[in-house]
Design a protein around this ligand. Structure first.
Ligand SMILES: Cc1ccccc1NC(=O)[C@H](C1CCCCC1)n1c(-c2ccc(Cl)cc2)nc2cc(F)c(F)cc21
Length: 233
């Protein structure tokens, strides 16, 4: 019994992460813009670089509030952020697409994204991921913790002190496991499915540089921050 209960300190720990997650979210005005009209590939690319640049900035703020993160080796902090920024962007995008919208809006949004300038070959893996996230009907706490678990992935490139990152990720996985049991009592495999999405997310990571450089336009321009994070230019 006690295994399933979320303890007082776990509740406090979760509150810190969920509050920080909610504070550090770009407003979903990108959906309003995309629903308004179909932009050109150039305009969409600029919108994407703006969204992605501000998302990295809020990601850093969110990560700094994860208990223990700032006591990690500073180079490991950078390696974790660099290694997870793209996944956090796709996870955020998936969560935005799976937000309940008025009838027909999600379909229009999907259409706009399909025609945004992304090469055809990446549509399937990207929308498969978005669909699989949508089917999970994650509650907010699960979204926040899943993002934190993604950031604190020990086996990112250039991370030196794996055990230190594992020590931070483990308590988050434990709280996430209990949350899943609490919010999805009739789906004992829900937690496992949720973690399975992180594997799918890594494959998107693999595509993302090509997705950007194959955007249907010439000489894409990136912000300095994105050049850092996206390994482009
Ligand atoms: C939503 C967000 C929050 C934070 C950071 C980034 C983003 N993402 C974006 O702004 C871009 C826009 C950008 C403008 C063109 C259409 C896609 N975006 C992508 C995406 C597609 C391809 C790549 Cl390579 C990356 C992202 N998937 C989306 C799903 C959505 F439901 C949505 F509303 C926007 C989405």
């Amino acid at each position: 019994k006690e295994k399933a209960e979320i303890t007082k300190e776990q509740q406090a720990f979760m509150k810190v992460i969920v509050d920080s997650y909610n504070r550090h979210q770009i407003p979903q005005d990108v959906t309003k813009k995309l629903l308004q009209e179909q932009y050109s590939a150039e305009e969409n690319f600029i919108l994407l670089t703006e969204m992605a640049t501000s998302q990295v900035q809020v990601l850093v703020e969110f990560t700094k509030n994860i208990p223990g993160f700032l006591s990690l080796d500073h180079e490991d902090q950078i390696a974790l952020l660099k290694g997870s920024a793209v996944e956090a962007m796709f996870l955020r995008s998936a969560q935005v697409l799976s937000t309940k919208m008025p009838n027909g809006h999600t379909e229009v949004l999907e259409e706009r994204i399909r025609n945004s300038g992304i090469s055809e070959e990446f549509m399937t893996p990207m929308f498969n991921f978005y669909k699989s996230i949508g089917k999970l009907h994650m509650v907010q706490e699960e979204q926040a913790l899943l993002t934190a678990v993604t950031i604190l992935t020990p086996d990112r490139p250039f991370v030196k002190d794996h055990p230190a990152v594992e020590r931070l990720q483990e308590p988050m996985l434990e709280v996430l496991r209990k949350l899943c049991a609490l919010h999805h009592p009739r789906e004992p495999q829900y937690f496992a499915r949720l973690l399975g999405r992180l594997t799918e997310l890594r494959t998107l990571n693999h595509y993302h540089t090509e997705m950007l450089t194959s955007w249907r336009m010439n000489d894409q321009k990136f912000t300095p921050l994105l050049c850092e994070i996206w390994d482009v230019q």
